[in-house]
Structure formats: structure tokens, C-alpha cells
Design a protein around this ligand. Sequence first.
Ligand code: AMP
Ligand code: ZN
Length: 475
Amino acid sequence: MPLKLFNTLTREKEEFEPKEEGKVKFYSCGQTIYDDLHIGNARPYAVWDTLRRYLEWKGFTVRHVQNITDVGHLTDDGDQGEDKVEKRAKELGLEPMELVEDQIERYFEDTQAINVERQDIVPRATGHLNEMINYIEKIIENGYAYEREGNVYFDIDAFVKDYPYGEMAKKDLEQLKKEAESRVEEDSKKKNQYDFALWLNAEGTGHLMKWESPWSTGYPGWHLECSVMGQKYLGDEFDIHAGGKDHIFPHHPNERAQCFAATGEGQARYWLHNEFIQWEGEKMSKSKGNFVTVRDLLDEGYSGNALRLYLVSSHYRSETNFSREGFEKAEKELKKLKRTLKRVEKSGQEGENVLEEETEKLRKRFEEEMDDDLNTANAKQELMEYINSVNAALDQNSDANTGEAKQVLEELFEILGVELREDKEESELVETLLELRESARENEDYETSDFIRDRLGEIGFEIEDTDEGAIWVES
Ligand code: AMP
Ligand code: ZN
């Protein structure tokens, strides 16, 4: 079955065909690294990780690149304001790179906690200054950029004579011009206010992160790094470029324009954007201060698996409201899932497979939903219904043969990033204690058997006596 993805460029769900058969080259815009990951930021990373897992499950070989922005992202998301990393470092009395080192470590801990696998390449902007400078030179050479007082600007008027601009945002030039004039403080060095910076002169500005260049000692514009690192690791034209909805303008159109200007190619063929996680009707964001970090939620006691399940329980293009009920629901669903897997493990698996049809239907429906622009919400729903069928079959006969129920649940939940594999040593220890409890019960030593159950409960293993025997689920 073909995978369809909603391409923001055309506003249509398009059949996905990679440029090179069987191989997918995929770039997603990563974190600006100055603060901890909030659950809103975490959405794109969880979703793009799910997309990569799904593509691999469908048999593609994927190269996934996701950058880390450690310079150039200014507080106004354009070319004015302070560098976000520097600003935070100054507040904390740190060197920018001290902050970056610390935050990168925390970022990987947080993404790992929600089962985001580290991408194949995680390039940092500050490691690609030479490439960025060469890239700007190419754009100037091709006639689409100009230098003014040590700054270099992208020349929109020259560019639109040869290439499209604003198509991704569905904005015409007049509109963009008006918006630029009203949005930013006037920059008299620009030919037109909608031109954007490729290089900014740091001399006399107090800017700490700066490098020598042919134009000035300065630093790159924010949009440049993704054009440059995308090209370096994936080529002039690759398959998928993904990011948050806020990148529909200006980040992605500007990236794409730089790519056309330097290479003649529009960089990616499918442009994917996730909707926001909202907080009381507003985008959850660091700048507004209305956010909860992944770390806070883990400290509150939610498991990384539950946060991941929450993130994939909605479709990535739907606006979702942040709620603790959402996490609690995910915890309950996880418990139900784990309990079901335990019941299956304990069942005798006798006779004919009673779930053959259901399992086949699940595989088919799961794939159809995921093929439909990665509809993880419906795909998960299919899985939850299947769990009900497994339980119903075991309620009827605790030794029913449920076939490959366990494998299929583990396999498909893994695509969603929900890890069900248990720590082998830990589960053997718990099983051993349950055997001791069972023998205490046989000897009518209920004091010991209750003690074992209560102690296990206290350290997070809930014990339940079912028709299939005693089962345990981590609470
Ligand atoms: P930032 O740290 O603001 O650069 O954001 C990192 C990524 O997370 C970008 O792709 C943003 O579009 C995305 N993002 C930021 N806030 C949210 C949110 N509330 N919901 C979903 N995605 C978000
Ligand atoms: Zn980017």
C-alpha cells in the first residue's frame, strides 16, 4: 500500500515516492538549544521519529538528519533581536558553549526518555561555519544576495525573477512586503524590508559568538544552517523536510529560497509540518512561558512511554490541548496493554488460533491508517480495539490460543515508539518472587504471600490474580 503524506507545498496528500528507490533522505529541523525540552517541542521529535520507524518498517532505508541550532536563532525569529543561546547564557553567567554543552546532554536525555532514537546525523550549526560562508559566496555569485556594511542579505526581488517564493506560505509578494514592513523595525541597510540576513556583522554589537568571514566578523542567519547541512548530508535535492507549523513562514521558505539560489534545486520534495500543542488556547512556548518540560512531567511520575503514547495519540496535523488527563489516560492504556501481554504469556495457547482474523484485520487497518498521512491517532485506536478482543478471548477461555497477539502488539506499538520490552533480569526476579508467593499460598501461609504482594506493590509492581495465574504490571 502506498504511503501518502500531506505536502504543505501543494496542500495535498501526495503519494510518497522517494527520489531513489528504496531510500529515503529525511531532514527535520531540530532544537534551538538554550532550555529544556517542553512537551510541545517534543511533539515534532516524537512524530518524525515515528515517521522514520514507519518508513523503515515499510522497507525503506532511511537517512535521518536532525540539526541542533547553537547559533543564529534570534529572539524575533527573523534577523533582529538577540541570539537566543547568548541571551540565556548571559542570564546564567555562562559562556554560550557552556550552556550548549549542558543543554545538549539534557536534550538527549529527554528525547531518549520518550523513545526518540538518535538520528543518523545530528549536525550542529557552529560546526559548519566554513560551509555556510562558502554557501553565501555561491548565492552572491549567482546574483541573489548583496553585502551592506558587513551584513549580507538575500535579495528577494532578484530571486523572484527566477524562482518561486512565498508559495509554501501561500502568500504573494505584496502581502509579504506589507508584513515585513509592519513586523520588523526598519533596517535601512536592506534594499527591501522583506530581504533577510544570510550573515550579520557582529562588530560593535557585543555579540559573543562570531567568526571571520569575507564580509565581517559576524555570525550566520538562522535559516542558513538547514540549507547548508541538508545539502552536505543529503544532497541538493532530497525527499522529506519536516518541522513545526511555525516554520511554514519564514524559516522554510527562506531555507528553500537559499537552496534554489545556491544550487538551482528547491531542496526537499515533501514538506511536512506539525500542528501545535496548545495551552488554554495558545501555543505552548518557551517565549510565552506557558510550558511544561518533559523533565517536569517525568519528575511528576509519568513514564516516558506514557508521554510518547500521549504524543502519538493525536494526529500530528491536529491541534491538541495539553492536559494531565491526557497523560493519565495514556498511563491507563499502557497498563491495560501490559496486563494483556502478561495474560497472553500466561495463557495455555491451546487449540485453534481464535484471533487469526482479528490479527490480520489489525495489520491491514494499522497500515491503512499510517499510510493515510501517518494517522497515528486512528492507528492507535485500532490497537486499543484489538487489545479488547484479546482480553475478550481470554475471558472466555483463559487457555485460548491467541496466536501472534503478543508479537503483533509489540511490533506495531514499537513503530509508534512505545517500548514494551522488559528488563529481563527484573522480570525474572519478579517472577521468582511470584513463584515463592504461590508456594506460600499452597502451604496456606497467607502472611508470607500477602507480604510478598504488598512489598512488590510498594516498589511499583502491581500484582493481580487472574484465571491465567498471578500477573504483574509495573505501575
Ligand atoms: P523551538 O525550540 O521553538 O525552536 O522549537 C523546536 C521545534 O518544536 C520546532 O519545530 C517548533 O515548530 C516545534 N514546536 C515549538 N512549540 C511547539 C508546540 N507548542 N507544539 C508543537 N510543536 C512545537
Ligand atoms: Zn531548519
